[in-house]
Design a protein around this ligand. Structure first.
Ligand code: TRP
Length: 364
């Protein structure tokens, strides 16, 4: 059996720590520690346009930003096929055929689509929901199945897309022939990583809320963001007992720090439990825990910044990775398209079957 891993991101802005713990980190682990035939990472520009139709420049400008974010975290162009969605024409073709297998109500029941419709204001009566937007889960099914991906490492907000894909695979294989591969989502091991909250305590780190720490942020930006973080509004004086639940510094420490960080940056404490206990008892100030979190995040981001700079200085090469990757992606997706069209009996000129059938029909 072939083993293909596929995932991707919309190029609408730089990737941040939420993306990192939610999905990017897993990709690097898969790259380095698993067996696969192809590891494909797609920059989903066509999907980005489904809710940015009027902003093509934003999408275009973010293609290389996202690519540099990928390279900065250690995704290796020798191991990964990076490609651009709009460069693979088999994808919209497959989408068109899969559309026949999904009802409109099923599409609009997708919880991620539902919340995005609200967020984008598509439900406010004037705008309306663009058909292409409502349809993007089907297009995502095309992305996944075109590459015969059995493994799809994503954040938990993408589970409804993988579920929709699984339904399409089942329906396609039952209706036509058994040609599509059933994909499985791979989520982060640690549930705390499913959805990293913003630095302001908002449930989600998101560009539009301006509460992100970006992978490319400078030391100064990280410092200022960490020191602005939402902690515990009832912890006013150092001696006041503090709360760790809902306190963003502790939420982030839960996700990012380990005992080695304590040894290195805060040796008075052995581990996070000791630090939490002290904070809860009172007598531990916010600036100390913020300084520690800052060190922990800096340790993570410093090598990212170095690799990013390396690739920024070789941007022609980086564009070459994408161009070659897109060629390879076309080769793989075109094979699936041939199988799909054959299964749907619309492969008229692949061989002489159609010719012979029709000649028999009309000439006898
Ligand atoms: N929907 C994903 C996002 O919002 C991007 C994406 C498009 C994707 N096609 C995909 C992810 C296929 C995984 C598999 O970022």
């Amino acid at each position: 059996m072939i083993n293909n891993i596929l995932t991707g991101d919309r190029p609408t802005g730089n990737l941040h720590l939420g993306h990192y713990v939610g999905s990017l980190k897993r990709r690097v682990e898969l790259q380095n520690n698993s067996n696969y035939d192809n590891l494909l990472i797609m920059i989903a520009d066509a999907q980005a346009l489904t809710d940015n139709a009027d902003n093509p420049k934003k999408v275009r400008d973010n293609v290389l930003e996202v690519m540099l974010d990928y390279l900065s975290i250690g995704l290796d162009p020798k191991k990964v096929t990076f490609f651009i969605q709009s460069g693979v024409s088999a994808l919209p073709e497959l989408t068109m055929y899969y559309m026949n297998l999904v009802s409109l109500s099923r599409l609009l029941r997708n919880p991620t689509v539902k919340s995005e419709i609200k967020l984008r204001g598509f439900d406010d009566g004037n705008k309306g929901i663009p058909v292409g937007f409502a349809n993007y889960p089907i297009s995502q099914a095309a992305d996944i199945t075109a590459f015969k991906a059995n493994i799809v490492p994503v954040g938990d907000d993408q589970l409804p897309m993988v579920e929709q894909t699984r339904e399409i695979v089942k329906s396609f294989n039952n209706t036509y022939e058994d040609v599509l591969i059933m994909p499985n989502a791979v989520l982060p091991e640690n549930e705390l990583c499913y959805r990293l909250p913003g630095i302001d305590g908002n449930a989600k780190m998101s560009k539009s809320l301006g509460n992100c720490i970006y992978l490319k942020d400078t030391t100064e930006e990280v410092k200022s963001k960490v020191f602005k973080m939402y902690t515990d509004p009832t912890h006013i004086k150092i001696d006041d007992p503090g709360h760790v639940e809902g306190n963003m510094v502790f939420t982030y420490l839960d996700v990012f720090c380990n005992d080695k960080h304590f040894e290195k940056y805060l040796p008075e404490y052995k581990n996070l439990d000791e630090l939490k206990n002290h904070y809860q008892r009172g007598g531990l100030g916010d600036s100390k825990i913020k300084k520690f979190l800052f060190e922990v995040i800096e340790e993570l981001l410093t090598p990212f910044r170095e690799r990013r700079k390396y690739y920024e200085e070789r941007i022609t090469e980086v564009i070459g990775f994408l161009e070659n990757g897109t060629k390879k992606a076309n080769e793989i997706a075109n094979i699936t398209l041939i199988d799909v069209k054959k299964a749907m009996k619309i492969n008229y000129f692949d061989n002489d079957d159609f010719l012979n059938e029709q000649v028999n029909k009309y000439n006898n």
